[in-house]
Design a protein around this ligand. Sequence first.
Ligand code: CAA
Length: 295
Amino acid sequence: KRPAGAPDKGLARPVTKVGIVGAGLMASQMALLFARQLKVPVVLTDIDQARVDKGVSYVHAEIDKLAAKGRLSADGANRLKALVGGSLDKAAFADADFVIEAVFEEMKVKQQVFAEVEAHVSETCVLATNTSSLSITEMAFRLKHPERVVGFHFFNPVAVMPLLEIVRAERTDDATLATAFSVGKSLKKSCVLVKDAPAFVVNRLLTRFMGEIIRAVDEGTPFEVADKATEDLGLPMSPLVLLQLVGPAVALHVAETMHRAFPDRFPVSDNMKRFVEAGKTAVWTWDAAGNQTVD
Ligand code: CAA
């Protein structure tokens, strides 16, 4: 059955090569998924060789884990590894049909990335963004071909979470959207078409939910108590672990986007800001008197 709002699948264009801008954790997880499910070459790029190498090594190590679990034969693992490469030069995207960015969650950075990519790809190459909360319409604004821009939002861990939010921006055309749905289906994801609104659908809910837990902590509930109480409600993962999985900096960016859009409903915790600014990886601690501090 065609997902609600998806255009006729006959409009979808074939995808024979994928480019990924960014080689961080989310991007590397995406590279593995694209190569494994679409069986096409995937190229990761980043700002320096060390990052590119780290991304490719991550994918190769994950492929080894799949082989060790018996999910891939030795030959299959080698074939899959050969599909995933890295390059510092976006000219490597020249024959790509689908390029997705997963770089720093900053509008100007993403606009610049798309402008650079556009200089190297064909007129019909889809430019997808894995942004968690930013406006896709604004991201596409100054491009020569804004109609080929689409939101393609994965959830962490990419290999496991079934949901994919596909976002239609103001100028996205039907062929781009149909291609996005076709790729999402090949990736075996559950695709939903969502509006280009701040944080789309799911991160709105998650931000509110995490924000209220953080607020309870700011108001004096020990994090441990808030964390355990919400985990024992039956969630798949404790909020503290989820925050670390998503990355506190990403979670803060989403919270700030939501705050700009709906200041009354989405306050931003000062503790959370200080925590991210300090580059911390553990969340709150509290002293002997039970006062919360950002460690
Ligand atoms: N990468 C790859 N695979 C992973 C993984 C990871 N980081 N973590 C777990 N898995 C795989 C395991 O290998 C295992 O696979 P197999 O069954 O094939 O062996 C499977 O997932 C289940 O793992 P576990 O049994 O170890 O653990 P679990 O049953 O506790 O499930 C979980 C792990 C799926 C991550 C679960 O805890 C969960 O659903 N957590 C919530 C995650 C969530 O809410 N994500 C959304 C975050 S928001 C976001 O990402 C959007 C944004 O824009 C910020």
